[in-house]
Design a protein around this ligand. Structure first.
Ligand SMILES: [Zn+2]
Length: 117
């Protein structure tokens, strides 16, 4: 068994999907507690889905033919690198709201690999 890290075209960035919070979604992230200087902090246990995969897809790592495929995801839209998620309406709306609040003009979604050059 080995873990497969999904790299984007160009091979220098790991694929991070966009996690969309949705109380009506059938899947939930695993809950865990992390110890911090301020005491234990509960994390996870959020309902939602990965924008490029649809609401039914698991958000946890998947095992396929003896390989562990992580489904790295974040709800921080600016940290997303998955080209599929960056084409989703959910990601585009979130980024538009972030840019609006920051007062920066909208930018077209990249077509994927920005590591060239
Ligand atoms: Zn994705």
């Amino acid at each position: 068994m080995h873990t497969v890290i999904l790299m984007l075209p160009g091979g220098r960035r790991v694929c991070h999907h966009f996690f969309v919070h949705d109380e009506a979604a059938p899947v939930k992230t695993p809950a865990r507690a992390a110890m911090t200087a301020f005491g234990p902090v509960r994390m996870g246990g959020s309902r939602g889905y990965i924008a490029c995969m649809g609401k039914e897809a698991a958000v946890t790592p998947q095992v396929e033919r003896d390989r562990v495929i992580p489904r790295s995801h974040t709800n921080e839209a600016r940290a997303v690198t998955c080209p599929g998620c960056m084409q989703s309406a959910e990601w585009k709306e979130t980024m538009a709201r972030i840019r609006e609040r920051a007062g920066t003009p909208p930018e077209p979604a990249p077509d994927g690999d920005q590591t060239k050059g």
